[in-house]
Design a protein. Sequence first.
Length: 452
Amino acid sequence: MELLVLVQMVIAALAAIVLYTFIGFIPGTDETSVLMPVTLALILSGVQPIIVLTFFIAAIVTLNLTNSMPTALVGLPGGVLSSPMIEHALYLKNRGMSEITIKKMASGALIGTLISVPIALVLADLLTPFAEIIQPYSSLLFVIGAIFLSLIGKNKILSLVSILPLAMLFQGLRYLYWGIGVVPKDTNITTSFFLGITIGPLIISLLSLLNKVNREKMLTDEYKKITLPKSTSAHQTINPFKVLSKSELKPASLSALFSNFLFVLSPVGLIILFGELVANKKQNPVEKASTAIITMSALAQSTYLSGIIIPLIALGIPLSPTAIGPGSPLFNAPPVFTVDHNLHHILSTTEFTIAILIGSILAALISYIVINRYAGKISQFVLLKIPHEAILGLFISFILLLAYMDAGLINIFGVLLIGIASGTLNKMGMNYGIQFMTLYAAPWLVEKIAQI
């Protein structure tokens, strides 16, 4: 590999670290909506594939590390993956433990990265010979995943009953677009539908403002007060193996390890499953909350990294929520990448490994140090200087643009319909993970039901 390319890879990783450090500290952003557009823009601009991959891996690690900081500091979710941490983070925040919580969450994320990268690379190598066997059953795996996540969730019956109607909505819109000639029949709209699910709760909240009664209930004449804790231990150790006790390190490490083998399942679902599982084994409330957020931070990294590394290297098809969501441009970004000619077919195993190691190591180390030293200052800058509404408006506009690029003007209203439906189901108790699994399983599921 040429020295110039290596230098460009390092620069790309550093650029991703800087960009997503600030984006990650903005509360209420969504991982897919901030990763996918930038990645797609890089690909379409002609950047070399190996540099794009380095940027993307560094972006994932940085974003998942920084996204949890608003949760610990001000009780606001940085993104979808940090949402399950809110309750535990608020409990610790109210007891004046925000600073140590930040260190523990960052340490958990670092451990998750260090475990997931080598394990995912090994699993990808082991699965490569079986790629042709696995590919025909990819949709069935998503159906099983949706049912599994429904059964382990809190609202089992609601989730199970909603899978088929939601699948019919997704597939019905696809058939509508094919029928009126908006897109060719061999084109399967997925990206904008995925984003429609992610912005569902936001769409419901915005539309509720159009209801006069709801709007009057939300009126206030006071600013929301947010207090950032002052740093008191700037010179304490940042060694993750000293920050975390053995009783905290073990569940986080084991959860990060096992999650790699479940890469086809929703990251949010796995975070909730493993996080609450290890937390329930603790009797002390502080230990319970601390163990939960450390494990969830580790899982945020391991689920995303394994979800992109394994399908990309071993299969060449997006067989995970991460691959179909934020990582979808790496598999299909016409005219540069297509389903039959993407990064899987372009890069060698050695090139994959180098890009993943450079991106993940640089991002993990730099972001970890920055967060431990400057989390409070960065949060204060973001909360005071960057309007939340402006960021949300920017990402909604990105989503509308991608919806238009996918299937024209009519798809903007299609995505709005999906947002309303999925947002309503989300508020009722059907979580993101099940909805994402349903989206991927919709073609197979609807076809089989129609044959009965």
